[in-house]
Design a protein around this ligand. Structure first.
Ligand SMILES: Nc1ncnc2c1ncn2[C@@H]1O[C@H](COP(=O)(O)OP(=O)(O)O)[C@@H](O)[C@H]1O
Ligand SMILES: [Mg+2]
Length: 262
């Protein structure tokens, strides 16, 4: 489908809230994406002219229909995928030589915990990142203890990762990135597949973490509760970016991009 005039207007009118100097002008943005373009090897264009600036401490939702390009964008933020354009994390460019530092700064939590948890025990999974940062055994242990405490899973260090429930796996997945001391948390559909209690625990956890956070989701109630800024993607483009409160009231905009008004 061609890009319609209406979409172009959405971007123009909704983006102004977060101009380049919209945050504290003295601070480096937590994340800067400029004119990112990406096509998969089969030629499918998944990102077109994607630009996004997120300031330190912001909590941002990334919403849009299946296939919009949300996961593809997220996979660029720590260099798993690499397209045309510029990405900076806390002032550091995402380039091949910077990847180890970038991967410590960007805590990317995959949608499927089985992509994140691959060690026999929870301890080993959460220790994996810090171990590869060259920290001492004591430091690694401290970081694992701290990260597990952050997600309320201190008693789980010796458990087998692949035996955990979906909600437990999600929390451990978050611990595996917290243990690296990230600048920004990037979570791909974190509440998908969780039962109501696990979802509620996850929302509480995310509300307590002080990190700059980007969350892709179809859970519009979670967006309204947790994420004051909302970025809408559709057909490989960002089509709107603004305050959640305002965009949620724009029923025509939500409907145009397959989103439900919660
Ligand atoms: N490995 C791949 N090869 C080709 N196309 C892909 C691949 N992964 C995803 N895509 C396509 O890229 C588009 C964006 O996908 P994705 O980023 O997963 O969207 P979302 O996360 O918003 O659902 C979709 O059309 C999807 O089919
Ligand atoms: Mg996805």
């Amino acid at each position: 489908m061609p890009v319609t005039h209406e979409r172009a207007v959405d971007v123009g009118s909704k983006r102004t809230v977060f101009s380049r100097n919209g945050g504290d002008p003295g601070r480096v943005p937590a994340l800067l994406v400029e004119s990112l373009e990406f096509a998969y090897p089969d030629g499918h264009v998944a990102l077109r002219e994607v630009s996004l600036e997120i300031h330190q401490g912001e909590k941002v939702a990334l919403v849009g229909p299946n296939g919009a390009g949300k996961s593809t964008l997220m996979l660029h933020l720590n260099g798993i995928l690499s397209g045309e354009g510029e990405i900076e994390v806390a002032g550091l460019r995402v380039t091949e030589p910077n990847l180890p530092a970038i991967r410590a700064k960007v805590g990317l939590v995959f949608q499927n915990p089985d992509d994140q948890l691959f060690s026999p025990t929870v301890f080993e999974d959460v220790a994996f990142g810090p171990l590869h940062m060259g920290l001492s055994e004591d430091e690694v242990r401290d970081r694992v203890d701290w990260a597990l405490a952050q997600v309320g899973m201190s008693d789980y260090a010796d458990r087998l990762s692949h035996h955990l429930s979906a909600g437990e796996k999600k929390r451990i997945s978050i611990a595996t990135v917290l243990s690296m001391g990230p600048e920004i948390l990037v979570l791909d559909e974190p509440s998908a597949g969780l039962d109501p209690r696990a979802r509620r625990n996850l929302i509480t956890l995310l509300s307590e973490l002080p990190h700059t956070t980007l969350v892709s989701t179809h859970d519009m109630l979670m967006v309204r509760e947790l994420l004051p800024r909302m970025v809408i993607m559709d057909e490989a483009r960002i089509v709107a970016d603004g305050r959640t409160k305002e965009l949620m009231d724009d029923v025509a905009l939500l409907e145009a991009h397959g989103l439900e008004h919660p």
